[in-house]
Design a protein around this ligand. Structure first.
Ligand SMILES: *Cc1c(COP(=O)(O)O)cnc(C)c1O
Length: 341
């Protein structure tokens, strides 16, 4: 298949429409079969549930070309399961998990020409999402929904090496203790826009959110989970019911234990302990891990010994191992790599 004429390594993270997307509608209590379409637009009621009461959730994952030329997707079954959890919490009908994976595969196959070549650093980002599509004016769940999957090529997250970032401790909360922090709902992002823009205006790359109830424990950033490394090379990651369960973080934890033989602790992490860690990283699909060099807590700086020049050694090793598994130079655990072609 001939690839599109795109300058892959200079692509950013922006929406580039591709040729096909998947659409399925839910109506009269059932999902229709659904299928591919070339129509990139959505037409819905002015009073649609998504427009009035934000009844929507989404997922994000990547397809890429491995060293031996296969087109693969990383753990789409976990995205399917997580979207099912999001739907249940938002009173939306679950799109069957096996059909979710089939739809993702179909979209990647149909847009094969947009899957960046091996070595470019670029990937095909896949965005499944669902929304209430029929009119609701009294507050209640919609009765009709649309499930869609589109794909868009995105450039390498780090151009010219992964430089550590500086983040700040936020005065805003991301998620309430028994709220929706654990699901991938659009509403969690809507309310994070003001804090992230304020952080940027003040010169910080991200916000570190603390637990809303006590403001003593580390939660996550607006869109990535934390991984810390202790001075004796233990990997520590915060555990909380209001953190979004990152597939990248769960995969890195497995890699730390099973591939690198590191000790791992998933537990509550008090902000007071953060100053004693040796390394800090943010994990998510987009960057795998971005190193954090510095945390600003209301003017007081925590500087990790890994410093601002490069990633710390353990985070580097974790990142190299996981990207090696994704790219096919390191043998993947059973079921992690969905081969499209
Ligand atoms: C999507 C997301 C992540 C990262 O999850 P991955 O599955 O690793 O991409 C982390 N935090 C939040 C709030 C998210 O929405």
């Amino acid at each position: 298949m001939e690839k599109k004429n795109i300058d892959w390594s200079n692509l950013g993270f922006g929406y580039v429409p591709t040729d096909y997307r998947f659409v399925a509608n839910y109506k009269n209590g059932a999902w229709e079969e659904g299928g591919l379409t070339t129509d990139a637009t959505v037409t819905i009621s002015e009073c649609a549930g998504v427009l009035q009461y934000a009844q929507t959730c989404f997922e994000g994952m990547k397809a890429y070309t491995t060293e031996d030329g296969r087109t693969v997707i990383f753990r789409p079954d976990l995205n399917a399961a997580r979207m099912a959890d999001s739907c249940r919490r938002l009173e939306m009908p679950v799109f069957p998990e096996d059909k979710f994976v089939d739809a993702v595969v179909k979209v990647v196959e149909a847009n094969e020409a947009y899957v960046p070549p091996y070595g470019s650093g670029a990937t095909l980002y896949i965005r499944p999402y669902m929304f209430g599509s029929d009119a609701v004016i009294g507050v209640k769940p919609a009765s009709e929904y649309q499930f869609r999957v589109f794909a868009t090529p995105v450039g390498p997250y780090f151009k010219g090496g992964a430089k550590p970032i500086t983040i700040r401790v936020s005065d805003y909360d991301r998620a309430a203790p028994h709220g929706t922090g654990h699901i991938k709902a659009g509403l969690n992002y809507a309310m994070s826009l003001y804090p992230i823009m304020e952080a940027h205006r003040e010169g910080f790359a991200e916000n570190m959110y603390l637990d809303a109830a006590t403001r003593t424990k580390v939660e996550e950033t607006g869109g990535a989970n934390f991984i810390f490394v202790t001075r004796d090379n233990k990997v520590v990651t915060p555990k909380s019911n209001s953190i979004l369960p990152s597939i990248t973080r769960r995969s890195l934890i497995y890699v730390a234990k099973e591939y690198l033989g590191l000790e791992v602790e998933e537990r509550e992490v008090y902000f007071d302990e953060v100053k004693d860690f040796a390394e800090c990283g943010l994990c998510g699909t987009a960057a795998v891990i971005s190193p954090v060099g510095k945390i600003n807590d209301h003017g007081k700086e925590i500087c990790f010994p890994s410093r601002m020049e490069e990633m710390g050694p353990v985070i580097t090793k974790l990142r190299e191992t996981l990207t090696g598994i994704q790219m096919g130079h390191i043998k993947a655990p059973e079921g992690w790599i969905k081969v499209v072609k």
